[in-house]
Design a protein around this ligand. Structure first.
Ligand code: AMP
Ligand code: MG
Length: 354
């Protein structure tokens, strides 16, 4: 199958630009499109064969459910039942935006879309291209991140092309995504609200509306926890991983630099290609020939937006060992570190001060 990239002019959104995508979606096919978080791989959420195509294109395990994207808040009642008041409150405050809510599903939502779960994940994106596509199609759009399963999510159309060319017909190119990390997943199907995946919206952002919201213990763990089972099925898989072996170094800045420089020297001595994921403050202190700065240590939004692109760029350079700093614990800290830890398969080296 030939994969076409169609550029969308955000300054002037025209219905005609979406006509082909809408045709594909209505006839049960797949279209990749930008959202404010990452690119999504969309198909008709109520068509089980479209969901099956999504799993096949990504190579995604079929027990890992899809997020259903909607273009207006009222669509919630078309997909979910026993919707608690707090879900409507969250919709009012956080939609459109990077919040996914888990609710009890209506029978109309096929098991293949929810990975066999009795609940459904729903999000109303704010991105104008995503919204126009969903609205024009007149469908609910199931869309996981548009990457090959296990790889870093995609924040640019070229990333999607690299992972999925030949497997899907059309990619709508709306430029680089603004947030760059996936949505916050909030489970509202139980007694208490629980964050199953940290995202752009932190627990602190949700507290004014949900005073008793908590993180699921599995999502803030800094090590792989065998006794804690992630409630979002997707969170249990190795994820976001570059091809090279990634290790995170945590500790006092100078000690981290020294330890990374030693590790690089050792691996380069063995003939491996190495790279360092650094910050503006530290980039000059590394001896490795390839050092990528992701941004200033305090610039969380930039770190979040660039993380997947930087991880992918190491693959393009054929890097075999990647050494990364750990990032600060601000509002986006849990979301950034959750992705980085998974990308590293939880390989963290703690270094003391020297
Ligand atoms: P992605 O769209 O690729 O970011 O993946 C969707 C994420 O949402 C995965 O981690 C899923 O496991 C999670 N998810 C989707 N539906 C549900 C659900 N009904 N219950 C719990 N987690 C879900
Ligand atoms: Mg994903």
């Amino acid at each position: 199958m030939e994969t076409i990239i169609k550029k969308i002019n955000r300054e002037k959104l025209k219905k005609e630009d979406f006509a082909e995508a809408v045709d594909i979606l209505r006839s049960g096919g797949l279209v990749a499109f930008p959202t404010e978080t990452v690119y999504g791989l969309g198909g008709n959420a109520l068509d089980k064969s479209a969901s099956a195509k999504i799993y096949a294109a990504k190579g995604r395990p079929s027990d890992n459910p899809l997020i259903v994207h909607i273009a207006d808040k009222d669509a919630l009642s078309g997909l979910a039942e026993e919707i608690p008041l707090m879900a409507w409150e969250c919709a009012k405050y956080f939609w459109p935006g990077p919040l996914t809510m888990i609710l009890k599903k209506k029978p109309v939502v096929p098991d293949s879309t929810t990975g066999g779960l009795p609940t459904v994940a729903i999000r109303m994106p704010s991105d104008a291209v995503a919204r126009m596509l969903i609205a024009e199609s007149g469908l609910y759009i199931a869309a996981p991140s548009a990457n090959a399963s296990g790889r870093p999510s995609t924040t640019r159309a070229e990333h999607v092309y690299k992972d999925l060319a030949g497997r899907i017909g059309l990619i709508l190119d709306g430029g680089e995504t603004t947030i760059g990390l996936e949505s916050t997943i909030l489970d509202l199907s139980g007694e208490k609200p629980v964050i199953l995946r940290p995202g752009y919206l932190s627990r602190e952002d949700l507290l004014p509306i949900l005073p008793d919201v908590e993180y699921d213990p599995a999502v803030i763990a800094k090590t792989m926890q065998k006794d804690i089972v992630a409630k979002a099925p997707g969170m249990k898989y190795r994820h976001y991983a570059p091809k090279g072996n990634l290790t995170i170094y945590e500790g006092e800045q100078k000690a981290v630099v020294a330890a990374v420089n030693r590790a690089v020297e050792e691996k380069m001595g063995e003939g491996y290609t190495c790279a360092v994921l650094a910050t503006e403050e530290t980039k000059g202190a590394y001896t490795c020939p390839v050092v990528k700065s992701i941004g200033g240590r305090a610039q969380e939004e930039i770190i979040a937006a660039r993380l997947f692109d930087v991880l992918r760029s190491f693959d393009d350079g054929g890097v075999e060992y990647i050494f990364s700093e750990s990032f600060p614990d601000g509002n986006l800290g849990p979301a950034i570190m959750n992705r980085l830890l998974k990308a590293a398969g939880y390989q963290v080296i703690y270094v003391g001060a020297e």
